[in-house]
Design a protein. Sequence first.
Length: 312
Amino acid sequence: MSIVVFVEDWNGAYKKASFEAVGYAKNWASMIGAKVIAVTSSEAPAAELADYGADHCIQISLGQTAMGIAGQLEALSADASGVVIAGTSLGRSVAPALAAIKESALSTNTISLPLGTSPLQVKRGAFSSKGIETIELSGASPIISFVPNSIGIENASGEGVIESQEIPATELLQVVGTEVASGKVALPEAEAVVSAGRGLKGPENWGMIEELAEVLGAATACSKPVSDIGWRPHSEHVGQTGIQVNPNLYIAIGISGAIQHLAGVSASKTIVVVNTDPEAPFFKAADYGIVGDAFEVVPKLVNALRAFKAAS
Ligand SMILES: Cc1cc2nc3c(=O)[nH]c(=O)nc-3n(C[C@H](O)[C@H](O)[C@H](O)COP(=O)(O)OP(=O)(O)OC[C@H]3O[C@@H](n4cnc5c(N)ncnc54)[C@H](O)[C@@H]3O)c2cc1C
């Protein structure tokens, strides 16, 4: 028996969400006495995956698109008891494609390890993550797509046997150009996010947001109107109709806190809000709030953090 886990890398290094995915698979596999098979196109050391519980690492040249990758994962998971895919940008496309091809049950937005395995039972975010539902997945080889950073990473030892396979990907479309998002840290998997809204007045004022993000090692994000008017790229738009994030720290600057924005960020572990309006709805969702002008508060935060880093 096996649990197959899809492993992604970025610039030659495994993504943190991939370690979380391998750990998830290990937990599930331990409950049913199965092995963990990690599938990756990365040439990063397989031993790194073994440290989180991978027993076998299948290295394969992965397809270019979600459909191509899903077809390859189907071939590799034909006899598997289940599949784990982190809910990254790519993972959120691969998981439903794989579920359709395999005709398997899929839990998206999963936020718990299996609560039971016969049938598989997990908790998932529902109603734009405003609620949590417990679901049971029936049928063979169910698929779990979990919210990155919701499970956590723990070390576990796996056998780490490496194997190469060649399974050609069947692509329905070809990627003819790629544009890489400007942020230095990938937003969906970021541990800290500095986000700004219309309170910033214009795109020329984002320098201080980028500075704050840089000093914190955070990704940058924005509200929907900000990307709609072209102040920031759409890849930074968070909320109900944008990217859903789950960082340890979410700093919201000059964002009112409309329900559609909160739907994509309220799962953040700690929320800090900077807003001139003490009645701004975001303060109700905040762990820490600063009633103040972003143009005064943010430079002070940057200076204080730089001084703190220099001293420590
Ligand atoms: C179907 C639907 C889907 C939507 N999906 C999304 C979504 O996914 N994501 C999203 O973000 N929105 C979404 N929206 C839009 C949402 O309803 C809000 O309109 C939007 O989030 C408001 O953006 P904002 O907070 O940047 O702007 P505003 O509402 O204009 O708020 C600006 C805030 O900045 C504060 N401010 C002003 N000056 C300063 C200053 N100098 N310093 C500090 N604070 C200052 C103000 O007090 C105010 O609270 C959606 C709307 C609909 C109808």
